[in-house]
Write a protein that binds this ligand. Structure first.
Ligand code: ATP
Ligand code: MG
Length: 364
């Protein structure tokens, strides 16, 4: 029937640990925000699956994502602290296989919360930098060791990520304008802005290329003239982020700096349990909370589902379902602002995954 065809299929890959608790919570929220719009496809991956079957990322999962899903949500993978023969991270493999070259992480305080409003979007390059993992150990004639690591920065990947940053800055500007016109409040008051994070004063070749590529992209498209470009050395970025987090709109960074500043930024808004993320490519989006599998609390029913729920909203935004996404964001903000007691322990409450999820659903 046409009703069946008009449904959007969302792939769900809970994977390991609390992923198995927060992804079902996000699914319930998606069902509540638009009861007949989504079909869900449950897919396997993860370290636990590897331990059972010897495969961390089944071919079937990749194929079904590509052929049947409009987008997907990923939970978290456990990373074993020791090297396990034959195992490599399925999320890293998925990012590569689906060419999800940007990791997009909105860090925002709830609208209406006390304190300085924070509403920044960190865009982390997802494919290169030190994360190409090209390392080697050398033993000198005197027996002492030297470790080397290669860092790869390409003009191609840097320009591609910069383009995404400018486009998203323009998009966010439009959304803010619409919100303002409806009488809503917005955290960031200025014109759209992109902060390019680098360390080209020291690494003039590699970070120099990243910086130059971003600057070149800013000039290449006339519509990008509507975005203010600012540069920030990564060390002073961290300092400034903690002193005045409200002065940032979009920040774009090479892989490692992006990883570090986004975990730091999570501390500014309460907990890793509330920060959403998405792996974005030109043809696919995979929502993924910033947190990991949290083995210390897995199976206890107390994982904060908000990061996963917000990741679902982020996925909807990328699928063009802005009003559904914004209803989820508003419900989450309201629960965060008004029901502190009901929050999970990471935010100082005595609540549960189910309790928080139900509270969000009730508001939808
Ligand atoms: P992994 O190797 O999978 O990344 P990890 O031990 O690094 O696991 P993280 O998931 O990164 O664990 O979490 C770091 C800390 O934050 C842990 O103490 C964890 O309990 C807490 N945490 C992470 N996510 C959540 C969440 N959704 N709700 C509550 N606490 C969380
Ligand atoms: Mg971790």
């Amino acid at each position: 029937t046409s009703a069946g065809k008009s449904k959007l299929t969302i792939g769900l890959i809970p994977a390991d640990g609390i992923g198995k608790e927060v992804i079902p919570a996000a699914q319930q929220v998606l069902e509540a925000v638009s009861p007949n719009k989504f079909a869900f496809l449950h897919l396997d991956a993860g370290f636990e699956l590897f331990q059972k079957t010897g495969v961390a990322l089944p071919e079937e999962t990749v194929e079904k994502l590509k052929s049947e899903c409009a987008g997907a949500l990923f939970g978290a993978v456990s990373s074993p602290s020791h090297k396990v023969a034959g195992y490599s991270s399925p999320i890293v493999a998925l990012r590569k296989r689906m060419d999800l070259y940007a990791n997009v992480r909105p860090v925002a305080s709830p609208v209406g919360a006390a304190g300085k409003p924070i509403d920044m979007l960190i865009i982390r390059e997802n494919t290169e930098c030190l994360y190409i993992k090209s390392e080697r150990l050398e033993t000198l004639p005197d027996g002492t060791k030297v470790a080397w690591a290669d860092r790869k920065i390409t003009e191609y990947a840097s320009k591609r990520i910069a383009r995404m940053a400018f486009k998203m800055a323009l998009q966010r500007g439009k959304l803010r304008e619409a919100k303002r016109q409806q009488g809503g409040s917005v955290a960031w008051q200025g014109q759209p802005k992109v902060t390019v994070v680098h360390k080209s004063n020291v690494l003039s070749v590699s970070d120099g290329l990243f910086r130059e590529s971003c600057l070149a992209v800013h000039k290449e498209d006339p519509s990008f003239a509507g975005v203010k470009l600012e540069e920030q050395l990564v060390d002073s970025m961290v300092y400034r982020m903690f002193r005045e987090p409200d002065v940032f709109d979009v920040a774009v960074a090479p892989n490692l700096y992006g990883d570090i500043i986004s975990d730091g930024a999570a501390a500014l808004v309460g907990s890793l349990g509330v920060v959403a993320g998405a792996n974005v490519g030109d043809n696919f989006v995979l929502g993924e909370p910033v947190h990991g599998s949290a083995p210390d609390i897995a199976g206890k029913g107390i994982a904060n589902p908000i990061a996963a729920i917000r990741s679902a909203a982020l996925l909807l935004e990328h699928l063009g379902l802005a009003s559904e996404a914004s209803r989820i964001h508003s419900a989450v903000d309201k629960v965060l602002n008004e029901q502190a007691q009901a929050m999970t322990p990471d935010l100082g409450g005595r609540g549960t995954t189910k309790g928080v999820t139900d509270a969000v659903i009730k508001l939808l």
